[in-house]
Design a protein around this ligand. Structure first.
Ligand code: KG4
Ligand code: ZN
Length: 333
């Protein structure tokens, strides 16, 4: 059987990443240049700086990915790119670069939605995840529940009405002066805190639909800090982080398991940076297991943004005959 090598390119936020994946299964290279250190001093991503850095790095990272895979552009069968969602300027760099090499080499161009990437990266390690499944994607930009019937049929059944879960983790960490990105820092602080110390709200927990809302939780955490200071009460940061993280985990876990039950689906597929959180992975897997629901999650390094996820989704799209023309444009949401 002929091998199919897909090059994935991902520049939607603050990672410049290129990966080559064979037959949707074998990771030949996965190069990620993170800009975290540059954005750390601002407490979050600065879009203009991000796109300039992508421009500087994309060519080098692409060459590195080919070298690591011991391949040349001739050996590549498709170029998978991300039109969105993400930061406009950043997306434009990866998309234009991908279009240029696809055009120059005569390879098909495959547009992969960033969220699709977070979902289908799970196919890299699992021989077969049967359709349909429910996917929970929790990242800095998204908190979404998606009913996935096939590579082409994805229905968003719930999403955040305001801030994404990762976004509030980042904003609270910034507010506390703990650094960026917030998720891993809060996870670490939470390890030695009591998660029942403060009863933070779990917004929309018992609402009928599957939408999320996290901005009220963010306000509640900030108000707790302000009120404690005003009352000259010391805030135990570890307890605060543990209780805050617990409110997020309880909410996404409850909604995801309720969705699986409602749609009578026995497979849950996780994705997105927040899924790197050990407690969230563990609890969802254990609780779902009690109802005979299987949970699939990527290895931690493939939860946060990478290009392997774009190459894997690109492989399955190409296999299904889905490619794009060169007028593919960027979208931010
Ligand atoms: O998927 P991702 O890399 O980028 C977006 O598509 O947004 O997700 C980044 C988000 C950030 O908000 C970051 O704080 C969060 O994922 N994150 C975590 C962990 N690692 C990254 N949140 C909780 N626990 C972690 N270990
Ligand atoms: Zn992402």
């Amino acid at each position: 059987m002929k091998e199919t090598n897909i090059m994935g390119i991902e520049t939607s936020c603050d990672e410049t990443a290129v990966s080559i994946v064979r037959n949707g299964k074998h990771l030949l290279s996965n190069i990620i240049a993170s800009q975290i250190e540059i954005h750390q001093r601002y407490g979050g991503v600065v879009p203009e700086i991000a796109s300039r850095k992508h421009m500087e790095l994309i060519m080098v990272i692409c060459q590195e990915a080919l070298e690591k895979a011991e391949l040349s552009l001739d050996d590549i069968d498709g170029i998978a790119v991300v039109p969105g969602p993400g930061l406009k300027g950043s997306l434009l760099v990866g998309l234009s670069f991908g279009k240029a090499i696809a055009f120059a080499s005569g390879k098909p161009l495959i547009g992969v939605n960033h969220i699709e990437g977070h979902i289908f990266v799970n196919f890299l390690n699992n021989e077969e995840i049967l359709f349909p499944f429910i996917s929970l994607v929790v990242s800095g930009g998204h908190t979404s529940l998606i009913l996935v019937q096939s590579i082409e049929q994805l229905e968003v059944i719930g999403k955040t009405r305001d801030d994404a879960a990762g976004e509030v983790l980042d904003k609270i960490a910034k507010y506390l002066g703990l650094g960026y990105p917030g998720g891993p820092i809060i996870e670490k602080m939470a390890k030695t805190g009591k998660d029942d110390a403060i009863n933070f709200p779990r917004p929309l927990l018992n609402s009928n639909g599957f939408d999320f809302s996290f901005s009220g939780l963010k306000t509640a955490v900030i108000n707790y800090i302000i009120n404690s200071k005003a009352a000259q009460q010391e805030v135990n940061i570890n307890d605060l982080c543990a209780s805050f993280q617990r409110a997020i985990i309880d909410t996404v876990k409850h909604k995801t398991l309720t969705a699986a039950n409602k749609y009578n689906i026995s497979r849950i597929v996780l994705g997105g940076g927040v899924v790197a959180n050990e407690q969230l992975r563990k609890e969802l897997t254990e609780d779902a297991g009690k109802s005979n629901i299987s949970v699939y999650c990527p290895p931690k390094e493939l939860c946060t943004d990478n290009a392997a996820m774009i190459a894997v989704a690109g492989f399955y799209k190409l296999k299904a005959g889905i490619t794009n023309s060169f007028d593919l444009d960027v979208f931010t949401e």
